[in-house]
Write a protein of this length. Structure first.
Length: 312
């Protein structure tokens, strides 16, 4: 099918009221698992790659693997830079075959964030590449956090409108109380849905939710049963994800759940079959575990069966 842009994929998702998963890859097995799941579910998919993954696997290797995958499947996919902060890396991935990039200026003040994001949008326009910006910082909402402190890191609806108008981004990642990693909340999960609704009413572009892994209990228990130490790990409940989609979220980033699934399956092999030394028989079960997790996410996001075929 060829590699699409996030703009193409998310425009349809917003129109039809579902979300597309952006799943992070670091190696061939993870990519194969995601592609296999997408093909089985007939779901569009976003292959997300961090700057760290590029450093680990190599830009050309990643692009070649994703390009090969796109030629062998019937579902639409995009190749997306996740949390890009280095302008030189962003330039390299644009030239190297990525179809979408995220510029993460959320650590900067409002004006600086607008300035650097606008710069990336101008770079991307020349190549037909879509751009995602981010406003607000990911930090789980805790009960004792003061209102003023909470307002400082969550996305302000008015600023979101101004940010999109001045930068021209194709999608916006918003902060409503999620956070990265396996430890998203100290207490009960809590997201600011009123804030999300207010943002969605002001913006016409697709909205993005980062830090959205669910840390499923069965996946966590398996990893811990075979030696992982993850006390207190807690993610976003499925019900919260569904509500966020209903309020306008069109792209959902998942990484932690893939890692937990992968290491749980690999730990099981290493502990129950200490004589095994064939990497295929160690990594293969990890790949299968990720495939199952990704398929479950696609069903949750409502993207199953939504694959858009190219026009004749």
């Amino acid at each position: 099918m060829g590699i699409k842009t996030n703009r193409e994929l998310l425009t349809h998702a917003k129109k039809e009221g579902y979300a597309i998963g952006a799943f992070n890859i670091n190696n061939m097995e993870i990519l194969q698992a995601i592609i296999s799941a997408a093909e089985a579910e007939k779901s569009p998919v976003i292959i997300a790659v961090s700057e760290g993954a590029i450093q680990y696997a190599g830009l050309r290797y990643i692009v070649s693997m994703v390009r090969t995958a796109s030629e062998e499947v019937s579902i639409p996919l995009s190749l997306h830079l996740d949390h890009g902060k280095d302008l030189e890396i962003i330039r390299k991935v644009m030239e190297g075959g990525f179809t979408s990039v995220m510029i993460d200026g959320s650590h900067l003040d409002f004006k600086e964030n607008i300035s650097i994001t606008k710069k990336v949008v101008e770079m991307a326009k020349e190549r037909g590449i879509s751009v995602e910006g981010e406003l607000g910082r990911l930090k789980g909402i805790e009960e004792k956090v003061a209102v003023s402190e909470r307002e400082a890191f969550l996305t302000d609806p008015g600023e979101a409108e101004e940010f999109v108008e001045k930068t021209g981004v194709d999608a916006l990642a918003v902060a409503i109380g999620t956070s990265h990693g396996a430890y998203k909340f100290k207490g009960e999960p809590k997201l600011d849905f009123d804030r999300l609704e207010a943002i969605a009413k002001r913006l016409e572009i697709p909205l993005v939710l980062h830090g959205a892994s669910g840390v499923p209990q069965q996946v966590l228990e398996k990893a811990e049963r075979f030696g992982a130490k993850l006390p207190g790990a807690k993610g976003i409940p499925d019900e919260a994800i569904q509500k966020a989609i209903a309020l306008g979220i069109c792209k959902i980033n998942i990484d932690t759940d893939l890692r937990l699934s992968f290491i749980g399956a690999i730990r099981e092999i290493l502990m129950t079959k200490p004589e095994e030394f064939d990497p295929r028989k160690i990594l293969g079960p990890g790949r299968e575990a990720i495939r199952q997790t990704v398929q479950a996410k696609m069903r949750l996001f409502g993207s199953s069966g939504k694959a858009i075929r190219n026009s004749p």
